[in-house]
Design a protein around this ligand. Structure first.
Ligand SMILES: [Zn+2]
Length: 268
């Protein structure tokens, strides 16, 4: 690993690991990857370790997009769920960053039949409704059915859920919920994917609170209906344009937050 461009990408990747932890999107589990800036057939993510503790280049592993095999045969242990990343990079050439999270605020929408909706302008990137992917129908009987996306076939199925047609090489969806597991997002760069991950989490909390408030208010006779509505398709689309033009502010703040915390070290 060399060159200024690569070093800047790796430094951002380490910072992104810290930001995702700081905002509760990952704990000991969950992960972020980035496509190699000079070789689109390779992606990079940290090895088997908590994202908050990623610190330098030695903590990172390069994988081939094709089969998610490590570039160095003697690479240390990596994440079994790297196939989430490899298969999304394989199917969508424009995707540069992928994040997978089990954030607690989002899990109610991955474990119930309540649709996840974009509740406000910052969540417009979610689209009118977030698709839910279920691993269970894909299981063979002999397989350890632990919900993990730990092979190419499972990863390819998840990746396909980001687009509406089998042949599309463009991900029309920016977030996919994974039933009884978590969610996955992507972006054209690291800040975009991190933004989507964190605001999916915030949006979920808002939806839960709005739903509980509305139901309680109906029960208490304050309002006539318990229904809650998200952004329309048009509003979601236009809000996404707006946030993509302004999300650099979030990245600057979030980077400073983790720089200021002694827990996180970035020595790339
Ligand atoms: Zn997972």
């Amino acid at each position: 690993m060399s060159s200024n461009k690569l070093q800047e990408t790796l430094r951002m990747l380490v910072t992104a690991n810290h930001i995702l932890h700081f905002h509760g999107a990952v704990d000991g589990f969950g992960h972020i990857s980035v496509r190699h800036p000079e070789n689109p057939d390779i992606y990079i993510m940290c090895g088997y370790m908590p994202p908050a503790l990623v610190e330098n280049v030695d903590d990172l592993i390069e994988y081939y997009v094709d089969k998610s095999d490590p570039v160095k045969p003697d690479a240390k242990r990596g994440y079994s769920e790297r196939f989430i990343h490899g298969e999304i990079f394989k199917r969508y050439p424009d995707v540069q960053c992928v994040v997978h999270s089990h954030a607690e605020a989002v899990l109610p929408y991955a474990t119930s039949t309540v649709p996840m909706l974009p509740m406000y302008h910052m969540g417009g990137f979610m689209g009118k409704e977030v698709p839910v992917w279920d691993i269970v129908p894909l299981y063979d009987d002999h397989y350890q059915q632990d919900m993990l996306v730990n092979n190419e076939r499972l990863g390819a199925s998840l990746a396909a859920t980001f687009s509406s047609s089998a042949s599309s090489a463009v991900p029309e969806k920016n977030v996919v919920l994974m039933k009884r597991h978590g969610y996955t997002t992507h972006g054209k760069d690291i800040p975009t994917a991190v933004y989507r991950t964190i605001y999916t989490l915030i949006n979920a909390g808002i939806q839960t609170n709005a739903t509980l408030l509305q139901a309680a208010a109906k029960e208490g006779g304050l309002v006539d209906t318990a229904s809650v509505h998200g952004l329309s398709e048009r509003h979601a689309r236009d809000c996404q344009k707006m946030t993509e033009a302004t999300q650099d502010k979030s990245w600057r703040l979030w980077s400073r937050e983790v720089e200021a915390s002694p827990l996180y070290r970035n020595n790339v």
